[in-house]
Design a protein around this ligand. Sequence first.
Ligand code: HEC
Length: 160
Amino acid sequence: MKKLTIIPLISALVLTAAVGSALGDGHADKDMAAAIKARKAQMTLISHNMGILGGMAKGQIEFDTARASAAAESLASVARLDRSLLWVEGSIQGDVPDTRAKAEIWSDAAGFEKAATGLETAADGLVAVAGQDLAALQAAMKAAGESCGVCHKAYRGPKN
Ligand code: HEC
C-alpha cells in the first residue's frame, strides 16, 4: 500500500523537475540570444564611430575636431560596456545560433580581456588627439585598427 502511494509521488516530482528545467533552459536560451544581439550591436556602434574617424583619417570626410572628438568619445564609452553581460558563458559559435564567438573567449579569458582593454586604450588614444590635427589622428587610428584585428583573429570565428 505504501509503495503504491510513493510511486505516483516520485513520478510527480520527476515530472515537475523535468518541466521546470525545460522552462529554465528556454529562459537561458532567450537570455543568451539577447546577449549575442547586444554584443553585436556594441560592435556595430564601434564600427560606426571608427568609420567616421577612418573617413577623416583617409581624407574622405573633412577633418572636424568636434566631430572627431564626439566619435572618439563615443567609441571609448561603448568599448567599456560591461563584458560579463555581453560575453555570456556558453554563447559559442557552433553551439548556439547567430554568433561567431570562439570558445577561446572563455577558455583564454585573460587573453580576451587583454584584447578588449587594448581597444579601450586605443580609443583613449583617439580621444587624446581627435581635437588636435589630422596627422595625430591618423597615427592613433593605426593603433585602433590593429586592436580590432588582434581580437578578431584570436576570438572571432569564420562567417556562419
Ligand atoms: C575584445 C575583442 C574584440 C575587439 C577589441 C573588437 N572586436 Fe569586433 N567582434 C569581436 C567578436 C568576438 C565578434 C563576434 C561576435 C558575435 O558574433 O557574437 C565581433 C564582431 C564584430 C562585428 C560584426 C558584428 C555583427 O553584427 O555581427 C563588427 C562589425 C566588428 N566586430 C567590428 C569591430 C571593430 C571595428 C573593432 C575595432 C575598433 C572591433 N570590432 C574590436 C571581438 C572584438
